[in-house]
Design a protein around this ligand. Sequence first.
Ligand SMILES: Cc1cc2nc3c(=O)[nH]c(=O)nc-3n(C[C@H](O)[C@H](O)[C@H](O)COP(=O)(O)OP(=O)(O)OC[C@H]3O[C@@H](n4cnc5c(N)ncnc54)[C@H](O)[C@@H]3O)c2cc1C
Length: 372
Amino acid sequence: MNSMANVVVIGGGVVGSAIAYGLAKIGGRGAGVVVLDEGDDAIRASRVNFGLVWLHSKGDGMAAYGFWTRKSCDIWRQFADEIRDETGVNTHYVKSGGLNYCLSEAEFETRTEMITRMREQADNDPYEARMIDRAELQRLMPRAQFGHEVLGASFGPHDGTCSPLNLLHALHAGLKKHGADYRPNSPALEVKPLAQGFEVRTPRGTITTPKVVLAAGHGSMKLERALGFDVEIIAERGQIVVTERVADMGILPANGVRQTVEGTVIIGSTTEDVGFDTSTTPQAGATMVRRQLRVFPALAHVRAVRTWAGLRTLTRDECPVYEASEQYPGAFIATCHSGVTLAAVHAKVLADAIHRGKFTPEIGAFHGRRLK
Ligand SMILES: Cc1cc2nc3c(=O)[nH]c(=O)nc-3n(C[C@H](O)[C@H](O)[C@H](O)COP(=O)(O)OP(=O)(O)OC[C@H]3O[C@@H](n4cnc5c(N)ncnc54)[C@H](O)[C@@H]3O)c2cc1C
């Protein structure tokens, strides 16, 4: 069946859904937003991630990414409240501050250098991160029992967490609420520029639209050339180990270990170059768990119950790419490594720019030409 839409968003992961949610909200029920997605067996980073809404390690070497991430962290609370009020789905967002533990003098020194470098790379430091020693860690978390090797950590006051599955669920519920047409099991098979607009072919017919947003994670690379884009998206495997539920440990989230609102402790995640292989390996699980046992020895008494692996959607410099096609006006591409963290700016700021058809310099800074 052939149909028409005002905008077709290709990809219903956290990036495509956040943009589509923003577009549907701006345009109201008549916005004519269609979201095409694959089925449950798709490669989808949005269902396998760590749930950090994280600033303090983002943008080393690209200050614009630090500011963009800070903006997202600043509006995440409002975004979370809005989407909960609209859909009844709680993303469990908490801006708690976040840590990166250091287990040796060498780690503490390297981390100090990185934090100093990042804070100095732009005039207005967006991070406000600092190094803290073991005594301060203990003051921040009076109930936590640290291993003897914990020397300190870097601390980012704007970091936090959410439930990533609830976030995706909330976005999909929000799409429905605002009248967008979310179509699972309807992949875009081909996108063709027309004299005016675009034609998107799906297994259930062709959609004609003046605007198309390519946000299909790893699936974007199959379609992008036809729209004049050439963005490399690299797969990097991340494995995660999850424990049984335990009583509240009174710990702040850290890169590598956090306790979820349900009480499980999640430990992660590897950075492996294995192509599109999403299997888990006992060796990787053991290495990650061993490190976190050095941080919290009491975890030795907690049972691991599950492992999984997902594929990050990385660019060469790990910063986002947003482009408006020069060759085919009306076509946009969006991809990033931190889709959970950036969900708030994608829904509120990027969607607005796509709606207007014009990128501000803030967004234009993320053009992929910097990687050529
Ligand atoms: C182990 C791990 C831990 C992570 N931890 C964090 C974290 O703590 N915080 C954070 O901010 N980020 C984290 N990330 C990154 C985050 O998960 C990703 O940035 C985000 O999920 C990317 O979302 P996406 O929508 O671009 O891609 P995906 O989630 O991969 O979604 C792409 C979607 O497009 C669909 N698709 C593909 N091809 C087509 C097509 N032809 N037609 C229609 N639909 C199509 C797919 O089915 C899928 O639904 C982590 C990632 C991993 C792997």
